[in-house]
Ligand binder design. Structure first.
Ligand code: GAR
Length: 219
């Protein structure tokens, strides 16, 4: 029986990734419990989802702090007070400062709606579409000092279709986000990840995935 990992989920938006994690904790497929849901946006959908699930919530509005450092300090204190072991950024639209990263070494993860290292930053589904890429996807990675630069844990790939809109592509990616974020958290809960340089090595990995994806498919 694996001890449940105590999660602190940080979210700024609607919270569908949070919901996926809540659901996997509830059905027992994730060996984790959500100690706290924290948002920087008053009234965020993620806070409503957390309250509906009976979880502890906290809202720290970044606009009430004079600078990033003081906001980060308040967030770190709140997470420590809640006994958080793993910080899970789930649509948290704030950059994390160095002191925050240092307070949870290799214990902060993020999900990003692109196949990193392509398309870091914002509006990345639109950028992948405009670039003419044939594939897009999502990435769960450890957070380091940079923007979307940390070691990659899991990625999922989706095709970009000729008639795609930004919204349609984002929705296709989001379905996969909801699958791989709980997967990555479970690997951490089971203690199966270690870093070699910036490569994340998985202990007892499942069989290799398909050899190649081609879009458009070969005839
Ligand atoms: C998700 O698509 C997530 O990957 C993205 O925000 C969305 C949040 O949706 N995060 C980022 O872009 C971080 N750079 P949700 O609130 O429904 O989980």
């Amino acid at each position: 029986m694996i001890k449940k990992l105590r999660l602190g989920v940080l979210a700024s938006g609607g919270g569908t990734n949070l919901q996926a994690i809540i659901d996997r904790c509830t059905d027992g497929s994730l060996s984790a419990e959500i100690a706290l849901v924290l948002s920087n946006v008053p009234g965020a959908g993620a806070l409503v989802r957390a309250e509906t699930a009976g979880l502890a919530t906290c809202c720290l509005d970044h606009r009430s702090y004079p600078d990033r450092e003081s906001f980060d300090r308040a967030v770190v204190k709140t997470l420590h007070d809640a006994g958080v072991e793993l910080v899970v950024l789930a649509g948290f639209m704030r950059i994390i400062g160095e002191a925050f990263v240092a307070a949870f070494p290799q214990r902060i993860i993020n999900i990003h709606p692109a196949l990193l290292p392509a398309f870091p930053g914002l509006h990345v589904q639109r950028k992948a579409l405009e670039y003419g890429a044939r594939f897009a996807g999502c990435t769960v990675h450890f957070v380091d000092g940079g923007v979307d630069t940390g070691p990659i844990i899991v990625q999922a790939v989706v095709p970009i279709l000729d008639d795609d809109t930004e919204a349609a592509l984002a929705a296709r990616i989001l379905v996969q986000e909801h699958r791989i974020y709980p997967q990555a958290i479970q690997l951490i809960a089971e203690g199966r990840l270690r870093l070699e340089g910036r490569r994340v090595i998985i202990d007892s990995p499942p069989p290799s995935p398909v050899a190649a994806l081609i879009n458009p498919p070969l005839p």
